[in-house]
Every structure is written in C-alpha cells, then in structure tokens.
Design a protein around this ligand. Structure first.
Ligand code: C2O
Ligand code: CU
Length: 622
C-alpha cells in the first residue's frame, strides 16, 4: 500500500541518482576471476525407467487427502545410488475437498491435496510427466533449481515457457544439479499455485553435511489458506482504488491439515470438520529429528515455534548452516528452514505452532484463525491434546526475515569482493481512480507476454536484432515493452548487485530464479552508500528467497553464471500477479544457440494456452 511522503521521494531521487553514478564507476572494475557457484557438469545419468509409485493411502472417507506419512523421508533412501532418471506421472484435476472442514474446489495432483513428495539425489534427472485434465492451463516451476542448460523447464509462464493447455501433456526433464537440501515445486501461472498445485522437492547428496545427528527426517509444509479459489479473489484485489488491500487468508494449514470452526462459516460456504484433524508428528523418544519447513502459502509470513523445545536451525533454502539455536523462527512465503528437534523422553506431547503475522494484513476479519497447530508426540501413549506452554517471548509485529547476520553457511563461499554491476530497483505499488492496483519494479509493471520473453530473446539474438544484441549489461529498453517487461541483459560471469528499495508498506519475499545469491544486507529505511565498500563478503548467508521489509531495503549479490532468462519477483501470489516481476537475460551468446523444444512450441501455439491465466489485458484500464 503506497503512502509515500514527499521526503521519501526526495531521498529516493537522490539515492537513485547516486546509484547510477556508482553504476558507471563499477563498470570500470572487472574482476579477473570469479568463484563460480556452479562447477562443470558431471557424467550422464543412467536410464532406469522405474516409475515412482505413490505412497500407500489410508482413505478414512477422504479420498482426496494425501496421507502425510508420505512426507516422512524414507530411512532406506540410497544417497549413494548411481545417477539415474526418476520418473513421476501426474494428472491434474479439480477436486472438491474440505481440508479444514470448509468445502472448496482445489487443484490437485493425482487427485490429492497437498502435492506428492518428489525426491532425487544430486546429479539425478527428474522426469515429470504432467497431464492437464483441469479446465485451465497451468505450468510447474521447480523452486530453487538452477535449470542449468534447461531454461525451458523452468516453467515460468511468459518468461521461459507457455502454460500447458487443458487436455495436453508436458514432460519436464531436468537435472538436480549442483544443489541439495529442501526445495519445492509449484504452479507458475497466475495465482493458481495457491489453489493446491505445490509440494516438496528434496535433493539428497552425500555432500550434505549437517552439523548434528538426527534419527528421522520429514517435511512440514506451512501455509496461509483461503476458502476461495484464487481467481475468485483476484478481481477485487486488482480493482481500482483498492489501496492494494490483499485478500486476507481465512486460516493456516500444516501439511494440508487444520480444523476450522464451522460455527463461523456462513452461506454459501459449507463446513463439516468432523474428519478434519491437526497434523501429528510422531517422533521417536530420546532421539533428535529433522523437520524441513517450507512456506507454501500465498501471502502470510508465519511465526513457527515448538513448545518447550529449543531447536537448531541447520538449513536455509538448501544451504546448510552452522547449527543456530532458537526457540522460534519466522518463515516467509517460499522460504525453507530445516531444524533439529532435540531428544525428549517417551510419553510427552507438545504443540507445534504456526501463526500468521496478522499485523501485515490489510484488515483482520473476525473469523480469522491466525494460528494452526500440529502435535509433536513421543510415543503413541502421549496425550492427544498436549498441555505444553507456548514460549513467552513475542514474535514481533513486523513482517521481515529473522536476523540472519549470525547464520553462516557450513560450507563457506566467499562473495566476490566487488560487483561488476549495481542494479538499483525500487519496488512500489501504484493505484488510483480508473487504474488497477499494480506492482512495479521501477517503471515496469509486469504482464506475462504471450510469447515468452526467452523465445523472443532467442529469436532476436539469432537474427542479429540490434535491440537484443547490442545492449550490454543493461536494461533492454527497445527489445521489450518497458511498461510490461523489465529485462536486464547480463554477460555470463558478471557479478551483480541488486539493491532494492521498497516504497511500499508491505513486505516482499523476493525470489531469483536460476541462481542463489548472497544476502549482503537488509534493513529498514535506506541503504547508506557510505557502507558500500565495507560490506561483509566473508561467507554471508546464501539463499534463494529474501524478504524486503516495509519501507526497507535489501542488497543481494550473485554471479550471473547460468545462461537463460530468469525471473526475479515477489513471491506473494497477489504481488507477482499484480506485476512485481523483472527478468535477467544471462549469457546471450549461449542463449542464441538454443533451439526451442518441440513441446514448448506446441503449447505456445495452442489456442487455449492462456486459459484461466491472468485477467485479460483489455480488462486493464491503463
Ligand atoms: Cu517459487 Cu518464480 O517461484
Ligand atoms: Cu510483494
């Protein structure tokens, strides 16, 4: 919600001008050598066409509910298995389900909610066949995966590919390369990921080192949750004069579970919570356990704590960190944190709490259930209703990242001392009479283009179109319509600083596709340029999703070592849909040699490709 005071704008103008001076100066410094995050490719995987078989299923009269025991990672997984292809077969459909008691339409993978667990070893190839039996088109993105050499599999509609039309199939095939840890997948077309098309994506590796022992390992997805399809909520959100008031979630879920108070539910919604339950995590007594948290939600940051347990943070977005003790943590949309839960004796049970930061909502409806609980139980004789006490300290009121300045990656990677290019970006919302509420990066409010920007770039580069070829390490101003597409072209290997200033009173979890970045700093107000040459480059936290707080800033550094077209966007479903997305075209020399795969050409040529996607352009008044 934009409430810029004139003084903010003045400072901004000054700051922006200074950045451009710096930008110029920085071009003079080219690093001789850059430590690449990505080593050269290894050997080809073997072919073993053994399709993945879904976990057994306990029906209990809810055929649509995924048995969450599937999210417990198997202790017999062979992390040393030779590289192989791992096959998954997904049919997408609309289902009617009541995860927390309230019936609604969900989008489901293989008829169940939430999505299935996907697992691979580092170096494996994932082959995922998606058959779209839904009424609308869709696409899948593999959040945090580098897609090195497989940019077309990144699944970002309007950027790297087109949506898969109803009745069509698409084969995603890509490597789990040069990464390990906790990731997730989700639809990347309009806001439909929040309607059920998401799940965990775990990459094992013998190289993974966790500073602590653990007896079990499982995924815990936390999320805000709406009782409506996202497309029912979008028009009101994007309507003129709406002050960018995002739809407020009804409640929260853990691994797709929660119990809504049916007495608060009014027509036309129907509620029957007789089968709805809280998630139960049965843990073996006297042992430590790993919980991999993923915020798969739309909009809310969550505060997570386990009563009477001090836990240790050991992984952030697929990066192992030196164990860091804490009693609660906050997790924003798309972020992942693994924790180790310390041993407890048999017979005890505790509440695991995930609470949305309601202060970050435009309004707090009376019926809101901001907290969802799960039960952590040591042995089956433990009380079904824990009597444990919540931690007394306050989680705070603001939506921002936990302080990660003390969190260090276990495997140190120095950030380059200096960047080649500094890109100043301002994030903002603009509203007004006869204008929709739109999110901006600088002067651009993204709209997915019919022909993905990647395909346009390949075409432009291959035909020596000057507006694609000549600009070096700068914004492509004539290749694309700058009102809709902010594309920065980068030579491969460039070290890039992205300095974002947030002029909005909301927070934004920014995600960069195709790369991990170092978080060099984040805070409130403005980054003081006087500090630019004294940033800590000694093993700062690396991750793929970082929060910029309200009226705050964030400075990230990355090595543009992965050729392709990569989105950088706010991961709040409403904000990216409102236009808060920009792109990097990395390594044009490589990109120009790419042939567009036939199945990508096919979906892009399909007349129904845009079905169910963003509101049509003619619905916008500007
Ligand atoms: Cu989690 Cu653009 O994605
Ligand atoms: Cu945002």
């Amino acid at each position: 919600m934009p409430r810029n005071s004139p003084s903010f704008s003045a400072i901004a103008a000054f700051a922006t001008a200074s950045f451009f001076v710096l930008l110029f100066v920085l071009h003079i410094f080219f690093l001789d050598s850059v430590e690449l995050l990505r080593p050269s490719p290894g050997s080809e995987p073997q072919h073993t066409e053994a399709p993945h078989v879904e976990a057994p299923h306990d029906d209990n009269g809810e055929p649509w509910r995924r048995d969450t025991r599937e999210y417990i990672l198997s202790p017999s997984w062979d992390v040393h298995a030779p590289p192989q292809k791992r096959y998954y077969n997904w049919t997408l459909s609309e289902i009617s389900a009541n995860p927390d008691g309230v019936w609604r339409t969900l989008l489901a993978i293989n008829s169940r909610f939430p999505g299935p667990l996907v697992e691979a070893n580092e170096g494996d190839t994932l082959v995922i066949d998606v058959h779209n039996q839904m009424a609308n088109s869709t696409s899948f993105h593999w959040h945090g995966f580098h897609q090195n050499g497989t940019n077309f599999m990144d699944g970002t509609v309007g950027v790297t590919s087109c949506a898969i039309p109803p009745g069509s199939s698409f084969r995603y095939e890509f490597k789990a390369d040069f990464l390990r840890g906790t990731y997730w997948y989700h639809a990347h077309f309009s806001t439909m990921r929040i309607d059920g098309l998401f799940g965990p994506l775990i990459v094992h590796s013998p190289k993974e080192t966790i500073g602590m022992e653990y007896a079990s390992d499982r995924v815990v997805m936390v999320q805000d949750y709406y009782h409506d399809l996202s497309h029912a909520l979008l028009p009101t959100y994007l309507a003129p004069d709406n002050e960018n008031a995002e739809p407020v979630p009804n409640t929260a879920l853990i691994n797709g579970k929660g119990v809504f108070d049916c007495s608060k539910v009014k027509e036309p919604y129907r509620c029957d919570a007789s089968k709805a339950t809280l998630e139960v995590l049965d843990l073996e007594k006297d042992k430590s356990h790993r919980l991999r948290f993923i915020n798969v939600g739309a909009f809310a940051e969550l505060d997570v704590s386990l009563d009477e347990h001090e836990v240790s943070l050991i992984e952030v977005d697929g990066v192992e960190v030196v164990p860091h003790p804490m009693n609660r943590f906050r997790i924003n949309v798309a972020q992942r944190y693994s924790i180790i839960v310390p041993p407890r004796p048999a017979g005890e049970s505790f509440w695991l709490r995930a609470r949305m930061f309601e202060h970050c909502f435009a309004e707090i409806p009376e019926t809101l259930q901001p907290e969802v609980k799960a039960i952590v139980s040591y042995s089956s004789s433990a009380a079904k209703t824990p009597t444990s006490k919540t931690w007394a300290d306050s989680p705070g009121l603001e939506c921002k990242d936990m302080n990660t300045t003390e969190v260090s990656p276990l495997h140190a990677i120095e950030a380059p001392k200096m960047a080649d290019i500094l890109i100043p970006l301002r994030s903002n919302f603009e509203i007004g009479a006869y204008r929709l509420s739109r999110g901006f990066f600088n002067k651009t409010s993204w709209r997915p283009s019919q022909t993905p920007t990647l395909l346009q770039a390949i075409d432009g580069l291959a035909t020596d179109n000057a507006s694609f070829v000549e600009p070096q390490n700068t914004v492509l101003t004539s290749a694309y319509d700058i009102k809709r597409q902010l594309v920065v072209k980068l030579d491969a290997g460039k070290v890039v600083d992205l300095l974002v200033d947030n002029f909005d009173d909301g927070n934004h979890p920014f995600h960069l596709h195709g790369h991990k970045f170092w978080v060099l700093g984040q805070g409130k107000g403005y980054f003081d340029l006087a500090n630019y040459n004294s940033l800590n480059t000694t093993n700062p936290l690396r991750r793929d999703t970082v929060t910029i707080e309200a009226f705050g800033w964030v400075l990230i550094r990355f090595v543009a070592d992965n050729p392709g077209m990569w989105a950088m966007h706010c991961h709040l479903a409403w904000h990216s849909e409102a236009g808060m997305l920009m792109q990097f075209l990395v390594g044009a020399d490589t990109v120009k040699t790419w042939a567009v795969p036939e199945q990508v050409q096919n979906v892009c040529a399909h007349p129904e490709m845009q079905r169910g996607g963003p509101l049509r352009d003619e619905d916008f008044y500007w």
